[in-house]
Design a protein around this ligand. Structure first.
Ligand code: 3H9
Length: 695
C-alpha cells in the first residue's frame, strides 16, 4: 500500500502494521472532515489482509485537542464520532492509540475506544467537555469508567481536569508510558501485541460496578457549587449510565449530550473559549515586537507587587522601584510571598521559583530604569505625579524602551505628551491581583507605535494573560462599563432594593460577588477618590447617589476597616451592616423617595442592560475593536460569569428590540442615564447580531 502524505488522516505502513496519522494543524481537531477521513482510513486498513494491527497517532505538538469546537453544528452528520469509535472498538484487528502532547475530549474518547493506549512522557489527557457546557458525547462517559471505575471517572469527567501521564497510567487509562516519539511507541506496542507479549482488550467488553456513595457525594458537591451549572450534573448522570449494558449507556449519554449542545450554557462557554483567543486579532498584528528581557516596575503598592510577580513568573528579569526607601523591603517580601504561593499552587517549579527570585531586584533608585526594555509605571492615580515621572523616565530610559502606564482611568495621550517619545508610550492596565487576574487592557494612545502594541500583546501572551486592545477613553473598556453597572445598582438601592438583595440577585446570575460586596473588597475610599476627581465635570442632569459617600464619611471603607455595606468579623460570614442600611433609608427619606420592590429578575435586567448600553457605546466609539473584545474584558477582568459568555453575547440572546424596549421603559424615570445607543437601533433596523460584527 502506498503511503498518502497529503491526507488529514494519513495512512502509513510498517510491515504488517498500518498507521493512521492525524494531520490537521494546528491541533488535529476532530471535525466532520477528520472523523470521516479517520473512518475511511480505518476501513482501508481493516480490509487489507496484509495489515494485522492498526496504530493511531498525531502529527505536530499534540495527538489531538478533541472534537472541533467550530464544527459542533455538524455533530450529528454521519459518520458521527460515536459511529467511528464503535468501528474501532469492534475491530477484529488490534487497534492501538499512541498519544503525545494532549489528548482531550473527543480525542481521548477515540483512544478509549481502541484496544490499547500508549502514552508518551509529558502527555496530558482530559475530558474537558463540562468546561464547554457539554459532557463527553462520544462514549467517554461510558468507556472511561470501564477503565478506572466509577469514582475516578466521576472526578475526571465532572471536573474536566487535566490528568498527567503518570496518573493516567496508575488509573489504568494508559497501558504503557514511554519516552520518545508517539509513532515509534505505537509501532513498538503493536509489535508486542502481535508477539503476544502485551495484552489488549475491547473497552466495551468490560463492566462497571455501581458506587452509590461516590455518586451521592459527587451530586451533593456539584449541587452546592455556585454557580450551579447544568453540564457537570448531566455529566454525572451520563457516567452513572456506565453501569448499564454499553449500548444503553451510549444512547443515554448521547441524548444528554445533544440536550446540552442545544443549551445557553454551552453557547456561553464556547463563546468564552473563543473570546480568549480572538483578542489577538489586532491591526498591529504584523508589526515586529521589540525585544523585552529586562523590565522595571515603578511603585511598590499592591499593583506594582502583583505586576512584578506576574513578570517574574513569566521568566522576566524584573526590577521593582519604590521611591520610598522604607517601603522597598515590604514590596520585596510581598513579591516573595506571591512567588511562594505560585510555587505551592504548582505555577512554578522549584527551579523556576529560584530563577524568579534570582531575577528580582528591588531598589529606591529610578536610575535602574535605564537598563529596562520596558518600564511599567504603577504609582497612584494622579496625573501630575504620572506626568512628572514620565518626564524623568524620558531622560533616563534607553532609546526604544517601552514606557507603559498602568493607569485605570487617566488619559494616556496626556501622559505620553510628557515625553519626547510618545510613540513609545502605551497603557498596560493590569487587574488586581495582577499575578492572578488574566486581563490586560492594552491602551493604544494617539501616537503609540505599532511595534509597541505588538510587544505588549506578545508580553501578555507570554505571561498567560488575555490582552485586549482598548482605545484611550476615560475608564477604557472595562471601567467604563463597570461605572454604569454600579450606577444602575446604586439607583436600584435608592429606589427600594436592598444592597444584600441586589448582590444576591447578581450572584445568582453567576457573578462571584455582587457589586456592593465587590465595592467593600476594593475599598470604598478608592471609588470615592475617583468620584471626587470627576465631581467638577459631572453633568448636572446626572442622578447622584450619596450613599457610598455617606458610608465613607463614617470611616467605613469596606473589608479593610471591618465595616462597609457589610460587617466583617473574623471567622464569621459577613452580614448586611445595619448602619449602612440606616444610611440608605435616611437618604431615601431626604430625597422623598418611596421605596419600591424589585424582583431578582428586574435587578439583573437593569444592571445587565446598563452594562450592555455602555458596552455598545464603547463599541460605536471604537474604544473596543469588536464585541468579542468587550466580552473578553468582562470575562477575564471583571468576573462576568463565564457560562453567560459576556455582555455582548447576552445582548445577542436578549436581542436589540427587547434591549431598546427596556431602555425606553427605564428612561421614563431617568432619561439622562437610560439612553438608547444609536448602534443598538441600527442593529435592530439591520437585523444584525453583535456576533456578526466580530468578523
Ligand atoms: C469535545 O471533544 C466533545 C466530544 O465529546 C465530542 C462528542 C461528539 N476545536 O489554545 P490554542 C484552536 S469538545 C477547534 O491557542 P495552545 C484554537 O481556537 C472539545 N479549534 O493553543 C486556536 O485557534 P486560533 C474538547 C480548536 O497550544 C488554535 O486551535 N476539547 C480546538 O495554547 C490553537 O489553540 C477541548 O476543550 C478545538 N477543540 O493550547 C480542548 N482546540 O489560532 C480545547 C484549539 O484560530 N483546546 N483550537 O485562535 C485546548 O485546551 C487548547 O487549545 C490546547 C492547545 C491545549 C489543545
Amino acid at each position: 500500500m502506498k503511503d498518502d502524505v497529503t491526507a488529514i488522516a494519513r495512512i502509513e505502513t510498517e510491515g504488517e502494521i498500518g498507521l493512521i496519522c492525524l494531520a490537521k494543524p494546528p491541533v488535529n481537531a476532530v471535525g466532520l472532515a477528520l472523523r470521516s477521513a479517520i473512518h475511511d482510513a480505518f476501513q482501508t486498513l481493516s480490509q487489507d489482509p496484509a495489515i494485522r494491527a492498526i496504530v493511531l497517532y498525531g502529527e505536530g505538538r499534540f495527538f489531538s485537542a478533541g472534537a472541533d469546537i467550530k464544527d459542533f453544528g455538524k455533530a450529528d452528520v454521519q459518520p458521527t464520532l460515536p459511529q467511528v469509535l464503535k468501528a474501532l472498538n469492534d475491530s477484529d484487528k488490534p487497534v492501538i492509540a499512541a498519544l503525545h502532547g494532549v489528548a482531550f475530549g473527543g480525542a481521548l474518547e477515540l483512544a478509549l475506544a481502541t484496544h490499547l493506549r500508549v502514552g508518551v512522557a509529558g502527555l496530558r489527557i482530559a475530558l474537558p467537555e463540562v468546561k464547554l457546557g457539554l459532557l463527553p458525547g462520544a462514549g467517554g462517559a461510558q468507556r472511561l469508567p470501564r477503565l478506572t471505575g466509577l469514582a475516578s471517572a466521576i472526578d475526571i469527567i465532572c471536573s474536566g481536569r487535566d490528568v498527567l501521564a503518570d496518573e493516567a497510567l496508575s488509573l489504568g487509562i494508559l497501558d504503557r508510558l514511554v519516552d520518545g516519539p508517539a509513532r515509534g511507541a505505537g509501532i513498538a506496542a503493536a509489535r508486542d501485541v502481535l508477539a503476544g507479549t502485551l495484552a489488549h482488550r475491547q473497552t466495551d467488553a468490560r463492566v462497571v460496578a455501581d458506587d452509590p456513595a461516590a455518586v451521592d457525594a459527587a451530586r451533593i458537591r456539584l449541587q452546592a457549587k455556585r454557580p450551579a451549572l447544568m453540564a457537570p450534573l448531566k455529566a454525572l448522570e451520563a457516567v452513572c449510565a456506565a453501569t448499564l449494558p454499553i449500548d444503553e449507556g451510549l444512547a443515554g449519554e448521547r441524548a444528554l449530550f445533544m440536550e446540552l449542545m442545544a443549551g445557553d450554557e454551552r453557547a456561553g462557554l464556547v463563546h468564552a473559549f473563543f473570546a480568549e483567543r480572538a483578542t489577538g486579532q489586532i491591526p498591529e498584528k504584523s508589526a515586529t515586537p521589540r525585544t523585552i528581557q529586562r523590565i522595571a516596575v515603578i511603585g511598590g503598592g499592591t499593583m506594582g507587587v502583583g505586576i512584578a510577580t506576574s513578570l517574574l513568573i513569566g521568566g522576566y528579569q524584573t526590577d521593582l522601584i519604590e521611591a520610598q526607601s522604607a517601603r522597598v523591603a515590604q514590596a520585596r517580601s510581598g513579591i516573595e510571598k506571591n512567588l511562594a504561593g505560585a510555587l505551592k499552587r504548582g505555577k512554578l517549579t522549584a527551579e523556576s521559583h529560584k530563577a524568579a527570585l534570582d531575577g528580582l531586584g528591588c531598589t529606591d533608585s529610578l536610575d535602574v530604569a535605564a537598563e529596562a526594555d520596558l518600564v511599567i509605571e504603577a504609582i497612584f492615580e494622579n496625573m501630575e505625579a504620572k506626568i512628572g515621572l514620565f518626564a524623568k523616565l524620558d531622560a533616563i530610559c534607553k532609546p526604544g524602551a517601552i514606557l507603559a502606564t498602568n493607569t485605570s482611568y487617566l488619559d494616556v495621550n496626556q501622559i505620553a505628551a510628557a515625553t519626547a517619545r510618545p510613540e513609545d508610550v502605551i497603557g498596560l492596565h493590569f487587574f488586581s491581583p495582577a499575578h492572578i487576574m488574566r486581563l490586560i487592557e492594552v491602551v493604544v494612545a494617539e501616537k503609540t507605535a505599532p511595534s509597541c502594541v505588538a510587544s505588549a500583546f506578545a508580553l501578555a501572551r507570554k505571561l498567560g494573560k488575555v490582552p485586549v486592545r482598548a482605545g484611550n477613553s476615560d475608564g477604557f473598556i472595562g471601567n467604563r462599563i463597570l461605572t454604569q453597572y454600579r450606577r444602575a445598582a446604586d439607583y436600584l438601592l435608592l429606589d427600594g432594593a436592598d444592597f444584600a438583595g441586589i448582590d444576591a440577585a447578581l450572584e445568582e446570575f453567576g457573578f462571584a460577588m455582587g457589586p456592593f460586596a465587590v465595592n467593600d473588597l476594593a475599598g470604598l475610599d478608592i471609588a470615592r477618590a475617583t468620584r471626587d476627581r470627576k465631581a467638577a465635570t459631572r453633568p448636572p442632569q446626572e442622578r447622584y447617589s450619596r450613599v457610598a459617600d455617606l458610608i465613607c464619611d463614617q470611616g467605613w471603607f469596606g473589608r479593610k476597616t471591618g465595616q462597609g455595606y457589610y460587617l466583617y468579623e473574623a471567622g464569621k460570614k459577613p452580614v448586611a451592616h445595619p448602619g449602612a442600611m440606616a444610611i440608605v433609608e435616611t437618604e431615601r427619606r431626604a430625597l422623598g423617595l418611596a421605596p419600591r420592590a424589585f424582583s431578582r429578575e428586574t435587578i439583573v435586567a437593569r444592571c445587565l442592560t446598563a452594562m450592555i448600553a455602555e458596552a455598545v457605546r464603547v463599541l460605536e466609539e471604537g474604544v473596543a475593536l469588536r464585541p468579542v473584545d468587550i466580552d473578553a474584558v468582562e470575562l477575564f477582568g471583571y468576573g462576568f460569569p463565564r457560562h453567560r459568555g459576556g455582555p455582548m453575547h447576552q445582548a445577542d440572546l436578549i436581542g436589540p428590540a427587547e434591549l431598546i424596549r427596556r431602555i425606553e421603559d427605564y428612561a421614563a424615570e431617568d432619561p439622562h442615564f437610560w439612553q438608547v445607543p444609536d448602534l443598538l437601533r441600527k442593529m435592530q433596523r439591520d437585523g444584525r447580531s453583535f456576533a456578526d460584527l466580530n468578523g
